[in-house]
Design a binder for this molecule. Structure first.
Ligand code: ACO
Length: 336
């Protein structure tokens, strides 16, 4: 039987950096409040002229370089994003930008901050059961385009970025995805959403068949709305449970894990989960201070930095977990 392994990573960030002090000029906040409550100091923001699709392609290109895999040998591109530049999906545009000659299957996965973990597991399933060999998993988001920049409760949290990994088929003995655990809870959507603005008219067709509002007007999306306390509680409750469940399925415990790499949402969430799992600080990977919450990009971005700096070495075992809107959450135990 077939296994899969992670053999390359890459990331890309926009040029524009916005500090906490910069934010304190547009909303009533301070560097101290943001640092203490979240651990975030800076974030990157895409300019109107930049494209998230290009940023994602840049991250993917770097992952291919590290993996020493030719773009023509890629047979699947998974774009994990909740902020695509085309509602019909942007993965095929990334495939085009990379110049993949084999017309690999490319599609989008929408699962907010859990997107990358879901993409990774999807890649593994396609490889193990579907005969695919080289799958690019990209996490890229530009939540800055959906943030209400007058709402100090949310605008301080988010940043834009892209990260990618190349997952390749291998013999089952070399398999690098030991176990995973995935969940969602639509009931919790009310705590974190960026949904379409509601129409003032309930139905386009009246009860007697008369047309009330036709043709429909194009819809637009509301900015991100969040109940921070509820999201915080959800993450601290569900993430450790999910990691423990994945570890159990893999027949491992915390002592087998070299690194804890969580979705980078908030310093206090990362600390709470690490404490629950008895994971010492020096085994926790975090770059939240520099980038804020970059949604689906946060895990591959932090992984790529840790790999390129020499922190994460070949063979290291990583417990990773994503969590966020949907609500969705999930974890995976992987070997680099
Ligand atoms: N600067 C200064 N004051 C602020 C700010 C700010 N940026 N934001 C809120 N405040 C004020 C509030 O108005 C409130 O004032 P009041 O007491 O006078 O009413 C006070 O600070 C406390 O506000 P809370 O919202 O209760 O602050 P809390 O301690 O809950 O921290 C935070 C807020 C940081 C958002 C926290 O709840 C959190 O991190 N939650 C998790 C959010 C998260 O990670 N979301 C992303 C999930 S991933 C995804 O899928 C997108």
């Amino acid at each position: 039987s077939r296994g899969c392994k992670l053999i390359g990573s890459g990331s890309a960030i926009p040029a524009l950096q916005i500090s906490n002090d910069d934010l304190s000029k547009i909303v009533d906040t301070s560097d101290e409040w943001i640092s203490v409550r979240t651990g975030i100091r800076n974030r990157r923001v895409l300019s109107a002229k930049e494209s998230l699709t290009n940023l994602a392609a840049e991250a993917a290109r770097k992952a291919l370089e590290m993996a020493q895999v030719d773009a023509d040998d890629v047979d699947m591109v998974l774009m994990c994003s909740s902020t695509p530049e085309d509602l019909f999906g942007s993965a095929p545009q990334i495939q085009k930008a990379l110049g993949c000659k084999g017309n690999p299957l490319a599609y989008d996965i929408t699962a907010a901050c859990s997107g990358f973990v879901l993409g990774l597991v999807s890649a593994a399933c396609h490889i193990r059961g579907g005969g695919f060999n080289n799958v690019l998993v990209i996490g890229a988001d530009s939540l800055s385009r959906y943030v209400d920049w007058t709402d100090r409760g949310t605008c301080i949290l988010f940043g834009d970025a892209a990260g990618a990994v190349l997952v390749q088929s291998c013999d089952a003995e070399e398999d690098g995805l030991f176990a995973f655990d995935l969940h969602s809870d639509g009931d919790g959507q009310r705590h974190l959403k960026a949904s379409i603005k509601e129409s003032k008219i309930d139905h386009a067709v009246g009860t007697n068949g008369s047309i009330l509002d036709f043709p429909p007007k194009p819809i637009s999306y509301s900015c991100i709305e969040m109940n921070g306390k509820e999201v915080f509680r959800f993450a601290c409750r569900c993430v450790p449970q999910s990691i423990e469940s994945a570890l159990g399925k893999a027949g491992l415990d915390g002592s087998n894990i070299d690194w804890l790499l969580l979705h980078q949402a908030n310093r206090r969430i990362i600390d709470a989960v690490a404490t629950r799992l008895e994971m010492p600080q020096e085994r926790v990977i975090s770059n939240l201070a520099n980038y804020g919450n970059t949604s689906a990009a946060s895990i591959p971005l932090a992984l790529d930095e840790a790999v390129r700096s020499g922190k994460v070495k070949s063979g290291d075992v990583i417990a990773t977990a994503g969590f966020g809107a949907g609500l969705t959450w999930g974890s995976a135990i992987i070997r680099w």
